[in-house]
Ligand binder design. Sequence first.
Ligand SMILES: C[S@@+](CC[C@H](N)C(=O)[O-])C[C@H]1O[C@@H](n2cnc3c(N)ncnc32)[C@H](O)[C@@H]1O
Length: 264
Amino acid sequence: MPLPPPRQSPARPAAVNRWADARCAKAFWSQSELPVFHKLVAETLDLAAPKAGEAWLDLGCGGGTLTRGLWERSAGTVARVVGLDYAAANAARYEALDRELGAGGRVRFEHGDFSGGLARFADGSFDHAVSGLAISYAEHFDETTGRWTQAAYDALLAEVYRVLKPGGRFVFSVNVPEPSWWAVGLRSLVGAVTQSRRPLKFLKNCLRMNGYGGWLKTEARAGRFHYLPASETAAKLHAAGFADVRHTLTYARQAFLFTATKAS
Ligand SMILES: C[S@@+](CC[C@H](N)C(=O)[O-])C[C@H]1O[C@@H](n2cnc3c(N)ncnc32)[C@H](O)[C@@H]1O
């Protein structure tokens, strides 16, 4: 009897990753001009409280806003800050940042995709890690079921746990489910435009960010990206091994700011 034809696995949707696009990276550099974003960065750095001699990892670092903050808050005494991001366009920005801060190579960029894990870093490479509105974009597509899964997100949390030293903290923000980009923009756009050194360019980048925001929400609804309730993120952190998991709601109520610790 002839064998039945092999079962076709469902086709992977055309999954362009716009984070790789330099225009997307550059649009998000303008985020740092939004007062509501400044507040989120300040809150993240308050929790991070970097100290002399520490090595820090900044996941999905973009143009390096948190990296700069870690350096400046420690008055340049941290041992090093490594930013990792999917967009190669951020490399030049980090080179300029390292020069501007006089960091002598201690502020460094790594181009990479955290969806594949953090294999480039050995166990216990960092004292602590930060991430700003980025880890939700860890993606995994299951070719067998034809569905996006949360496997890469779970694996990334486990990887962060692995690369931290005992006692290390992971301080990060992630968007709430169904985030309202308008709530973020309206809270501060008018003031930010008038205070911007280049208001037209800033406004153009804000419109561009809003366009990318539509793509992000569509993909999150499809299960590709992960804007999860705080309780689900907390459960994932515990499953990865973290303890002392806490969060607050911030960023015009559109993001959770988490802190979690690897036990000593
Ligand atoms: C909303 S931006 C935030 C950038 C930066 N953390 C900040 O606070 O300004 C999200 C960042 O996550 C990065 N990203 C998204 N998916 C990624 C992936 N799979 N691997 C590494 N970086 C990723 C993007 O390139 C982008 O820079």
